[in-house]
Design a protein around this ligand. Structure first.
Ligand code: URA
Length: 213
């Protein structure tokens, strides 16, 4: 650092003033990136699959920097997925304390009664405990299926699928259409965009994540 060898890993660096090299190469401050992806089904939310199946990273080639996924979507779930290298924000968004809302469109394998919807809204017993109250709306019924909208603020593994199973039905189709202030609007399936600065500010406010200095 500034031409001197530093051997203590917790040495404090002022990224604006200090000049740091590693193995003779200058280290640069990484630009923060916030990638909003409309994930199609059939893509894994993982960096590398041992079986070489497609992953969400195949949809954002050539970014030039690593961004991690904020939470995950199942292989068969489509919709909004955020990827970022802003670890503070990612931690805030997945911290249950901040109750960030996520909305899902669900096609259930059966017609659901009002009682079943009320049960989903009040909370159902899963193997890892009761679910918190959810906002549940019936969108429409077809002859055989109920289409509904579920908003939850927890992020347990396969939560929506397990909730629907807990009331005796199954999820045939699952799409995440909202994460807090972020929606799918204008984003085609398989496409991504950078967040607008105002969207990042909103997410920081909702999760109390401090801006990196
Ligand atoms: N709930 C699920 O069951 N699956 C997802 O991918 C997201 C939420």
């Amino acid at each position: 650092m500034n031409g001197k060898l530093i051997q203590t890993p917790d040495h404090w660096v002022d990224i604006e003033r200090d000049w740091v090299t590693l193995d003779g190469k200058p280290l640069e401050k990484q630009e923060l990136r916030y990638i909003l992806l409309n994930k199609p089904k059939g893509y894994l939310t993982t960096y590398k699959d041992p079986e070489n199946r497609p992953t969400v990273y195949d949809l954002i080639p050539g970014l030039g920097q690593f961004v991690g996924t904020v939470g995950r979507l199942d292989l068969d779930t489509s919709g909004l997925l955020l990827l970022t290298n802003d670890n503070a924000l990612a931690e805030g968004m997945t911290n249950p304390v901040y109750k960030l809302e996520k909305t899902y469109l669900v096609k259930a394998s059966t017609l659901l009664t009002d009682e079943q919807l009320t049960q989903l809204a009040k909370g159902v017993e899963l193997s890892d405990g009761m679910t918190a109250p959810a906002i549940v709306k019936r969108d429409r019924d077809s002859e055989k299926y109920t289409f509904l909208e579920i908003t939850i603020h927890e992020g347990r593994n396969r939560q929506v699928r397990r909730m629907v199973e807990a009331v005796g039905s199954k999820v045939l189709k699952l799409v995440r259409v909202r994460i807090g202030p972020l929606t799918l609007e204008g984003l085609q399936m398989g496409k991504w965009r950078d967040l607008e600065p105002a969207e990042v500010v909103k997410l920081r406010k909702l999760t109390r994540a401090k801006e990196r200095s």
